[in-house]
Design a protein around this ligand. Structure first.
Ligand SMILES: Cc1cc2nc3c(=O)[nH]c(=O)nc-3n(C[C@H](O)[C@H](O)[C@H](O)COP(=O)(O)O)c2cc1C
Length: 336
């Protein structure tokens, strides 16, 4: 056996790592999203203030992100953006206090149109939802109207948040993603949207805030499989319900702190997201978008490996080299 495996490591840092017996080539990060698009890498920004408009998205795409999901938007409903738009807990965790975008679906569609023209190789997606209280026919109509609008407006994928981590109206609807019945009902409404074709995949954004993620996802998958002419998968997971206790900015408070109900993201939720993804080990043939807690290369690499269903034969083909926190994933080609 000829030994060619020598020089590989971080070019940026100029290190040399001698690993014998393998010929290393950087792993191809190209990623197929459903059957509709191949992206340059698997890293897509999820809905947040970072994707709340054309300029924000442009910055992300210029920085190399493979796609953006514009912040969740609705039409014609009053949006309350609290004075604390978001909360920060240390350098690597942040939390959602704002729920959804203050912009309308029409504005989002105008951004999508521009971004698609400027970045045809990326994924330009929208996010919306619908009512979860009142008559089923009213709710169904609301979800389908919003989804249909994004589809006809040119979104390349639509993500639907089934969980609002900051809470809801205390009705059963506000625990949609924690209830098999509610989740399946909404998934069915969404998949029956008249404007929805195979061309526009749907991602159902689920929550990790329940005791058996697998039970709910398997039930949702069954519904998805009833619509083979559509493309759909799930996002696992979302921000996690939490309370942040912050120094108050309100005058004359006896206790100088406020308790703020938030949807927590970032490093604090990473172990929860890792658990959720790992507990979907037995869920086959479902497109899963990993979400929640990835703040560095290592956690992104972990997501990749877990997403490969922890198939150890596959994993063995890859080696992850961590040089000064600069993680590089190499594919191992055994030298014959
Ligand atoms: C300030 C803020 C706003 C967010 N807004 C939305 C939103 O509008 N729609 C949505 O589906 N998720 C929203 N999220 C959740 C994120 O998309 C993401 O799922 C969550 O932050 C976990 O991922 P991360 O740890 O990578 O941040 C928001 C998160 C934050 C921190």
């Amino acid at each position: 056996m000829e030994n060619k495996g020598q020089q590989k490591s971080s070019r940026e840092h100029g290190h040399e790592v001698q690993l014998q017996g393998y010929d290393f080539t950087p792993a191809d990060l190209k990623t197929q999203v459903f059957k509709t698009k191949v992206l340059p890498n698997p890293f897509v920004l999820s809905a947040s203030p970072l994707t709340d408009g054309y300029h924000e998205c442009k910055k992300a795409l210029d920085a190399g992100w493979a796609g953006v999901i514009l912040k969740t938007a609705f039409d014609g409903i009053p949006i309350h953006i609290p004075n604390h738009y978001m909360s920060r807990m240390g350098n690597e965790s942040h939390a959602n206090c704002d729920n959804v975008s203050g912009r309308s679906l029409d504005q989002v569609i105008a951004d999508i149109t521009k971004l698609k023209a400027e970045y045809p190789d990326r994924l330009i997606a929208g996010s919306t939802g619908g009512p979860v209280f009142g008559e089923d026919s009213f709710c169904k109509n609301g979800w389908q109207k919003n989804i249909g609008k994004l589809c006809t407006g040119g979104a390349e994928l639509v993500e639907l948040s089934l969980s609002c981590p900051q809470g809801g109206d205390s009705s059963e609807g506000s625990i949609a993603a924690q209830s098999v019945a509610q989740s399946c009902k909404i998934v069915r409404w969404a998949l029956e949207t008249p404007e929805l074709t195979k061309k526009v995949p749907l991602l159902f954004k689920m929550t990790a805030a329940c005791t058996s993620v697998e039970t709910i996802i398997k039930a949702v998958q069954k519904v998805i499989e009833e619509y083979p002419e559509k493309n759909a998968g799930i996002t696992m997971a979302n921000s996690f319900p939490a309370v942040d206790i912050k120094q108050t900015v309100r005058p004359n408070r006896a206790y100088p702190y406020d308790a703020i109900v938030v949807g927590l993201g970032g490093a604090h939720v990473l172990p929860i997201s890792n658990l959720s993804l790992t507990s979907l080990f037995n869920v086959q043939n479902l497109q899963i978008s990993g979400n929640g807690g990835v703040v560095d290369n290592k956690s992104a690499a972990d997501f990749q490996i877990i997403q490969q269903k922890v198939d150890h034969n596959e994993v063995k083909k890859y080696i992850i080299i961590d040089i000064n926190n600069n993680i590089i994933i190499y594919r191992k080609n055994e030298i014959k």
